[in-house]
Write a protein that binds this ligand. Structure first.
Ligand SMILES: O=C(O)C1=C[C@@H](OP(=O)(O)O)[C@@H](O)[C@H](O)C1
Ligand SMILES: C=C(OP(=O)(O)O)C(=O)O
Length: 447
């Protein structure tokens, strides 16, 4: 089933070179945070370039349920915030749909207010682990009552008299880090979060942008992030940059599809997000960063990707995993068209995303004629070289947008078409995927 309705089977097939410009939508991580921080500021935050994918629209609805006013006028989203500690109690269950980021960040944002809220999601989200967030929230005095194994649906009882927290995040997760920081906003004193491996730092950058006092020190323990509680957040005008995780799809499609030449303009190259692009270059992909510049304090470039017939398999460094965690599914597709083995260690987190992404990709790749080996936190793909990937199968997307898009990209270059049982979840992060790929010359049909 798709996230919000009947399954939408989709088929992709080889249809000649992909050529042109691909304007991908706004960054999903920054879009969620714009709405949540906007709702916690005093006054009106204006956001343009917001990703209007279902995940983010569910977060917009949730912010309304907690008392913020959220509306779109013309191209601009207006968020009238209620201030730190100003959330009201929702009258109904909060449905975060397919979105781990949405539910985990919102739980953090409400955890230190004296209110109660119940969260649920779709069949995928309701399987995902929430204890990783509710464990640190308990240190503030927050209580959580969920299904066994710490699953949704779950009721969160916010702490009436929260204590500040010092917490070392045990898994590399920007969602956990962000949930603790958002909870720390309404706790008195200093909340400290320590992460051993750097994960995406949008929360830290945006909290500073909204006027919070927050600092990051790199020490032997890792990154030590210190936030002063109870600030008055100042409303902002935000231009959401385009999403590197969405850019990955047209970029990888161009690299494996004969004769292709695609420009993907205005992609943020924040080092905590850009690992895939450096990995592709190491594999020998013809991928260049044009017009490198700085925008809003972040490196930005136009990505130019051309067909790359001589890709080679590589060892992807484990320490790079966090900076490309959502891109492994589509990387495994590129690796199938390379010569030699691509080894991807340090990726246990892939098993707790919208699906078990190692399992979902390994099953589909094997069915399509590619040899894959896997362990709990690593996998390898034996590349078959360009022109030697069979395809010709239907694969399950498991309510996972990135699995669906990755196998559709594979179909542009495999010998026979690739079909996914349900492309509906693509609308969670990249609602224009089909049309955008179509304008480049790709063939995707709904059948
Ligand atoms: O903080 C965020 O916006 C995200 C963090 C990552 O999840 P984890 O924190 O679970 O690694 C990533 O996979 C997700 O797509 C977005
Ligand atoms: C893992 C992802 O998202 P989330 O955790 O927000 O569901 C993703 O978009 O790949």
């Amino acid at each position: 089933m798709s996230a919000h309705g009947a399954p939408i089977p989709m088929t992709s097939r080889a249809s000649g070179p992909l050529v042109g410009e691909a304007h991908v939508p706004g960054d999903k991580s920054i879009s969620h945070r714009s709405l949540i921080l906007g709702a916690m500021a005093v006054g009106e935050t204006k956001v343009t370039g917001l990703l209007e994918g279902q995940d983010v629209l569910d977060t917009a609805k949730a912010m309304q349920a907690f008392g913020a006013q959220v509306e779109k006028i013309g191209d601009t989203w207006h968020v009238h915030g209620v201030g730190v500690g100003g959330f009201g109690e929702p009258e109904n269950v909060i449905d975060c749909g397919n979105s781990g980021t949405g539910v985990r960040l919102i739980m953090g944002a409400m955890a230190t207010s004296p209110i109660v809220a119940t969260f649920t999601g779709d069949a995928s989200l309701n399987k995902r682990p929430m204890a990783r967030v509710t464990d640190p929230l308990a240190l503030f005095g927050t209580r959580a009552y969920g299904r066994s194994g710490g699953r949704l649906p779950m009721t969160i009882v916010g702490a009436a008299e929260p204590l500040p927290v010092r917490y070392e995040v045990p898994v590399p997760s920007a969602q956990v880090k962000s949930a603790v920081l958002l909870a720390g906003l309404n706790a008195p004193g200093e909340t400290v979060v320590i992460e051993r491996e750097a994960t995406r730092d949008h929360s830290e950058r945006m909290l500073a942008g909204f006027g919070a006092t927050i600092s990051t020190e790199v020490t032997e323990e890792g990154r030590v992030i210190t936030l002063q509680g109870r600030p008055e957040l100042k409303p902002q005008t935000i231009v959401v940059p385009r999403d590197p995780s969405s850019a990955a799809f047209p970029v990888c499609a161009a690299i494996i599809t004969e004769g292709s030449d695609v420009l993907v303009p205005n992609i943020g190259l924040n080092p905590t997000r850009a690992g895939l692009f450096f990995t592709l270059q190491e594999m020998g992909a013809d991928l260049t960063f044009e017009n490198m510049r700085e925008e809003g304090g972040e490196p930005v470039a136009d990505l130019r990707a051309r067909f790359s017939p001589d890709l080679k398999g590589i060892e992807v460094p484990a320490e790079r995993a966090a900076s490309m965690i959502d891109e492994y599914p589509v990387l495994s597709v590129v690796a199938s068209f390379a010569q030699g083995r691509t080894h991807m260690p340090g990726v246990k987190e892939l098993r707790v995303k919208e699906s078990d992404r190692i399992d979902a990709m390994a099953t589909g790749l094997r069915a399509a004629g590619v040899h894959v080996e896997e362990g709990e936190d690593w996998w390898t793909v034996e590349g078959r070289g360009h022109g030697n990937v069979a395809g010709g199968v239907t694969v399950e997307s498991h309510l996972d947008h990135r699995i669906a898009m990755s196998f559709l990209v594979m179909g542009f270059a495999s010998s026979r078409p690739m079909r996914v049982d349900d492309g509906g979840p693509i609308a969670t992060s990249f609602p224009i995927f089909e049309t955008l790929m179509g304008t480049l010359g790709a063939e995707i049909t709904r059948d």
